[in-house]
Design a protein around this ligand. Sequence first.
Ligand code: Q9C
Ligand code: ZN
Length: 345
Amino acid sequence: MRIFTNPDQSGHNPRDEFYRGQRVPCFENPTRADHVLQALSAAGGAVAVPTHDSAAALAQVHAPRYLAFLQDAWRQWLALDAANANVQPFPSVWPVRTLRSDVEPANFIARLGLYSMDNGTPLAAGTWAAAKGGADAAASAAQALLAGERAAFCATRPPGHHAGPDFMGGYCFLNNAAVAAQALRLGGAQRVAVLDVDYHHGNGTQAIFYDRADVLFVSLHGDPLTEYPFYLGHANETGAGEGAGFNLNLPLPAGTGAAAWLDALEVACQCVAAHRADALVVSLGLDTFGGDPIGGFGLQQGEFARLGARLRRLGLPTAFVLEGGYASAELGHNACHVLEGFEAA
Ligand code: Q9C
Ligand code: ZN
């Protein structure tokens, strides 16, 4: 299987994030992609740098003013004070209900709030380049499928599925899975399915495609009543307008074990099969692993292999996009088990 890397991923390396009132080292850090890449290449994957530019797909899944902000954000942060090179910006005010989000404030921190859903997604000097490199990998995976490859894997970070049309969040800046799906559509696929198996609901991907019938979004995830992202991911979100019936959420309680998770996976896969898609994008979060420091499911390596095998049986050209998963040292093995299950089936 073709493995796409992101040569710029390590430039996104913020120091810390807020966790229960403390600053802690970022869970989402460059070692994650290093571990995945090392394990996949040791297992014989054909590693390649991105071959395609994601710009056209990005312009269709994200708002122009959000892309413009993100691309220039670090320069603007330094323009406030050169000493900011060693400081992480965090948003501190957000346009929640009754406040206006149509007018861009001139103040940088206010604009950072406008374009963020949380304070848990720190920027660094290389954030734009890293995010763009990941999106290019996703566009490249889509092109590989359009050229006839059975599957491709994006061993990239930062993740993408919490990033919405015009906001970052949950460690995500550009929605790589949405880029892959949109690039497949631009390349001639009539219908695409996105299956999101990250522990956290893919609120960004859902939002991007919520009113569209051409891209089905199906997700199994921790119940948002208790789990991040809290404000989206409920079972009664089924799509709107032309997209009515093309969104399926399968929330599961924190603590859900392998058997119930596999049952939900079967429901998800049958929904994907019914869409008669030309291609599948898998938002592959590995934070469902029992040893993950922030996920609350109990999957083990056997379940990851079964996930891969079940996805193979869908019989679709498949682009895997790495999302979450924070048990860094085990991340590579868990990714390998998914791909081995896929390739053995
Ligand atoms: N501050 C993904 O898995 N908050 N994002 C966790 C620590 C956000 C996870 C608590 C979790 C986001 C792609
Ligand atoms: Zn996650």
